[in-house]
Design a protein around this ligand. Sequence first.
Ligand SMILES: [Zn+2]
Length: 88
Amino acid sequence: MDLQNCRRCGALCLRDRSQYCAECAKWFADTYGQIRDYLRTYPNRTLWDVHKELDIPLSVVQQVIRFSEEERGGGDIGGREDQRRKRL
Ligand SMILES: [Zn+2]
C-alpha cells in the first residue's frame, strides 16, 4: 500500500480511496453534512450564503464540494443543478 500526504493537513497516511487522512476525511464528511442539511432546509443558496450562514470560510466550502465530488463520483451540491438552471 502506498503512502501519501494528506491534502488538507499534510499528515503522512496510507493511500486510501481518499486523498485525505482519516481525521480530515471525517471532518470533511461532518462539514459536508452540515452544508447538505442547510441546503435541504434552504434550497437554491449560493456558496456565499453557505459561507455567511454557516460561518465556514469560502475556500473550505469549495474544498468540501471538491471532497464530496471525489468521494461520491460527482457531488450533489451545486454543480449539475447549476448547469441545468443556466440552460433553462
Ligand atoms: Zn489530514
